[in-house]
Design a binder for this molecule. Sequence first.
Ligand SMILES: Nc1ncnc2c1ncn2[C@@H]1O[C@H](COP(=O)(O)OP(=O)(O)OP(=O)(O)O)[C@@H](O)[C@H]1O
Ligand SMILES: O=P(O)(O)OC[C@H]1O[C@H](OP(=O)(O)OP(=O)(O)O)[C@H](O)[C@@H]1O
Ligand SMILES: [Mg+2]
Length: 283
Amino acid sequence: MIRLAIQKSGRLSEDSLNLIRECGISFVNSSLKLKTEATNFPLEILFLRDDDIPGYVADGVADIGIVGENVLVEEGKQELQVQKLGFSQCRLSIAVPKNTVYDDISGLEGKNIATSYPNLLQAYLSGEGVQAHIHTISGSVEIAPSIGLADAICDIVSSGSTLISNGLREVQTVFRSEAVLIAHPKLTEVKRQILNQLLFRIDAVRKAQKAKYILLNAPNAAIPRIKSLLPGMKAPSILPLTEEGWSSVHSVVNEDDFWEIIQKLREAGAQGILVVPIEKMIL
Ligand SMILES: Nc1ncnc2c1ncn2[C@@H]1O[C@H](COP(=O)(O)OP(=O)(O)OP(=O)(O)O)[C@@H](O)[C@H]1O
Ligand SMILES: O=P(O)(O)OC[C@H]1O[C@H](OP(=O)(O)OP(=O)(O)O)[C@H](O)[C@@H]1O
Ligand SMILES: [Mg+2]
């Protein structure tokens, strides 16, 4: 049995649980229970505050965990990182009241900056050769300038709407973050094998998230051009249609290239294009 620590309730929780479920792992989850066991995989899940997760994994209380890179690096435990997970993407940024004159980072010299990430902020300011006073607070950081606690803040930004709602303007990006899987460095052989099985499933789920299965019909004369647009996993499948001179083409496309490829396929003569999500993908 391997023990996984995830955030109990917050920005990482839903996507962490979804990832485990998409890996085909079933468990009963009630908001009151802080521990649960999977029914079809040797996994126990602990529901914790995110700040505690790197420490628990470092100590071996939990074997693996899911946490934001920002928290991991802030706590100086980046050596635990195994793999990026592609969700909870955000940035740690410095922001100032929107009407403050700000030309460049030297404008922060000697200023008071409120943050929950003093180590990341200090490392960034030192790298830029700026000295400022860092005021560490544990939450509601965006309120600090408006109550006279600080001249600027350094906090997590995603859409930017929290900054705007609090009359702040983002001026400097300190760190870019996403959710990461972390692991205790000295797992037993059995636990290492379970982790490898889990990583295999995560990889299949993540590859599938980025890919689409595509089916289309095309006149046979258009097939060479369409083949060149759709490399597929190995090569596209091409099946004859019951209508003379036509074929059906099946392939896999990367989500990022999707719209550009669709346009070119239509220009090449493709019709009846169907795009279907893929659940798992193993190369
Ligand atoms: N707006 C956001 N968009 C995307 N990811 C975010 C956002 N805010 C935070 N995150 C990421 O999710 C992590 C958890 O954020 P959250 O705000 O839930 O933390 P918290 O309030 O410290 O939670 P806890 O109660 O567990 O201590 C952050 O460390 C960051 O990596
Ligand atoms: O740029 P935005 O999309 O507005 O997101 C940024 C906000 O999201 C996070 O807080 P969250 O809403 O998770 O609440 P918390 O402060 O209670 O953790 C973060 O601390 C910011 O305040
Ligand atoms: Mg926290």
